[in-house]
Design a protein around this ligand. Structure first.
Ligand code: HEC
Length: 253
């Protein structure tokens, strides 16, 4: 009984595989990211530009709640710049001694201010869809950097004739189901870069993806360095042990 059940379950799952494959998404646009690999480091200039894209475009809808303003010093901003960036945000704080809530300028120790007070308000402003928090999005999605990059640069294509796009949705071949509630966020010159880099859609997407990768793993460089030191230590240690072994056994040969 159990065996035949298991067998039929196995057969069913075989049938299900081609069905899933039909719904497969467009192949992701694979990119070379400077922070990938055992010796990867973040491109600080790109991180700063990516932060500008997040701040001026994505932050209207998406929170980044695990970052605090002082974390930005890691991108190469000095103390005064971090203070100014924090102060440009309005933090809802309180209650004060009278029991009232109040607004004040942000401090470096504050976490990034969210665009909406709660999920319901975020949904109400986005046709019922919730813009996810972006703090860990690069880690959370299959395909990681390449997936986010593909989504951001995947708008504006004409859907195939057999795919009907519902009202308020947008065609994006990289998103599961190919319909996304997010309107195309990036266009050429959506921002004007302070460092003079030309703000093409592609450049903006590359920069904001690198910024979000850093947000999801700010300690990547320290981890890579530690890994290198550990491997170096193990190699040297193995060589020493081998020398000792040869010396000890030499008397017996
Ligand atoms: C006008 C509001 C709005 C803006 C601006 C916006 N988004 Fe979105 N975003 C959304 C909504 C709504 C969703 C949820 C889509 C859905 O579930 O169909 C979403 C979803 C996403 C997703 C998730 C895809 C997934 O696999 O779940 C990513 C990644 C994303 N946005 C990144 C960005 C980035 C990066 C920017 C800035 C360049 C940005 N968004 C700008 C509204 C916005």
């Amino acid at each position: 009984m159990l065996r035949s059940l298991l067998l039929s379950a196995a057969l069913l799952s075989l049938l299900a595989v081609p069905a899933l494959a039909n719904e497969e998404n467009e192949h992701l646009k694979t990119q070379a990211w400077p922070h990938q690999g055992a010796f990867g480091t973040y491109d600080r200039a790109s991180l700063q530009r990516g932060f500008q894209v997040y701040k001026q475009v994505c932050a209207t809808c998406h929170s980044l709640k695990l970052l605090s303003y002082r974390d930005l010093s890691d991108l190469g901003f000095n103390e005064a710049e971090v203070k100014a960036l924090a102060a440009s945000a309005t933090v809802h704080d309180g209650p004060n001694d009278n029991g009232d809530m109040f607004d004040r300028p942000g401090r470096p120790s504050d976490f990034f201010v969210k665009p909406f007070p709660n999920d319901q308000a975020a949904r109400a402003a986005n046709g019922g869809a919730l813009p996810p928090d972006l703090s860990l999005i690069v880690k959370a999605r299959k395909g990681h950097e390449d997936y986010i990059y593909s989504i951001l640069t995947g708008f504006g294509q004409t859907p195939p004739a057999d795919e009907k796009i519902a009202a308020g949705m947008n065609y994006n071949p990289y998103f599961p189901g190919h319909q996304i509630a997010m309107p195309r966020p990036l266009n050429d010159d959506s921002v004007t870069y302070a460092d003079g880099t030309k703000a093409t859609t592609d450049q903006e997407a590359r920069d904001v993806v690198q910024f979000l990768a850093w947000a999801a793993e700010p300690k990547l460089e320290a981890r890579n360095q530690m890994g290198f030191k550990v491997v170096l230590f193990l190699v040297v240690f193995a060589a020493v042990l081998y020398g000792v072994k040869r010396k000890v056994w030499s008397k017996l040969h």
